[in-house]
Write a protein that binds this ligand. Structure first.
Ligand code: 13P
Length: 220
C-alpha cells in the first residue's frame, strides 16, 4: 500500500481513536473522513474502513476513495458503508475539509425522540452556527440518508440523523471531532434540562442569537 499522504493517514487515525476513547462511538460504529491535499489528491478522500474496531485502527487501513466513493488503490479494506454521507457533504460544502459521524448516546436520544437541539448556550451558536436539526429518517448506507443528512446540515456544522446519530464537519478533522463532542454535551444539557419539565429548557435571548449567528457567519 502506498505511503503517500502518510501525515493525513496518521492524523485521521489519531482523531478516530480519540473519537472512540471519548466514548462518542462503540468500537465498530461511526466513521470519519478528510479531504486529501497535495499532488494528485484533487477530489480524493481518506475514509475509515467499514466494520473495523477503532481501538486498533492503523493508518494503512484507511481507504482512499474518489468523489464517487470508489477506492483508488487495489487490495485495501472496503470503505465505510456511510461514505455516501461524507461525499454528499463534500460535494455541497467547499469549506468542509473533514467529516465525523458518531453514535454518541445523548445525541442519539435526541435523534430518537426527533427533537432539534435548540439555541441553548452561546458556545453552540458560535461553533455550530445555529440549532442542531434532526434529519428525516433514511436507511443506513443509502443515498437517501446522504441527502437527508445534508438537508439537515445545510450551512451549519452539525446535524442529527434521525434514529441514528450525529454528523459534524470542520475545516480539519480535529475541529470536526470537537463539534461532534460539543453536540453530545449539548444533547446532555438538553435532556437533563427537560427533566425539570417539558418547557424547562429555555433558549438564548433573540438578540444574543442574532449577534452570535452573525459572528459565526463572518468567521466562516
Ligand atoms: P461503517 O463501519 O461501515 O463505517 O458503519 C458504521 C456506522 O456507524 C454506520 O452508521
Amino acid at each position: 500500500m502506498s505511503d503517500q499522504w502518510g501525515e493525513q493517514r496518521s492524523q485521521l487515525t489519531e482523531a478516530t481513536r480519540e473519537m472512540y476513547r471519548r466514548g462518542l462511538v462503540g468500537a465498530y460504529s461511526g466513521n470519519t473522513s478528510l479531504r486529501l491535499s497535495g499532488s494528485g489528491a484533487d477530489g480524493l478522500l481518506l475514509v475509515t474502513p467499514t466494520h473495523h474496531p477503532y481501538y486498533r485502527l492503523e493508518p494503512e487501513e484507511l481507504v482512499v476513495v474518489d468523489l464517487e466513493g470508489e477506492p483508488v488503490e487495489e487490495g485495501g479494506m472496503a470503505p465505510s458503508s456511510e461514505t455516501r454521507v461524507h461525499l454528499e457533504i463534500y460535494r455541497n460544502r467547499d469549506d468542509v475539509q473533514a467529516v465525523v459521524h458518531t453514535h454518541s448516546i445523548y445525541a442519539s436520544v435526541a435523534s430518537v425522540v426527533g427533537r432539534d437541539i435548540p439555541a441553548l448556550i452561546d458556545e453552540m451558536l458560535l461553533t455550530i452556527g445555529g440549532p442542531v436539526k434532526v434529519s428525516k429518517y433514511a436507511f443506513p448506507g443509502t443515498q437517501q440518508l446522504a441527502e437527508e443528512a445534508y438537508a439537515a446540515l445545510g450551512n451549519r456544522n452539525a446535524a442529527l440523523l434521525r434514529n441514528h446519530g450525529v454528523v459534524s464537519v470542520g475545516p480539519d478533522i480535529w475541529e470536526a471531532l470537537e463539534v461532534a463532542d460539543l453536540v453530545e454535551r449539548l444533547a446532555q444539557i438538553f435532556v437533563h434540562a427537560r427533566n425539570f419539565g417539558p418547557r424547562a429548557a429555555t433558549t438564548l435571548p433573540e438578540d444574543a442569537i442574532a449577534t452570535e449567528m452573525e459572528m459565526f457567519r463572518s468567521s466562516h
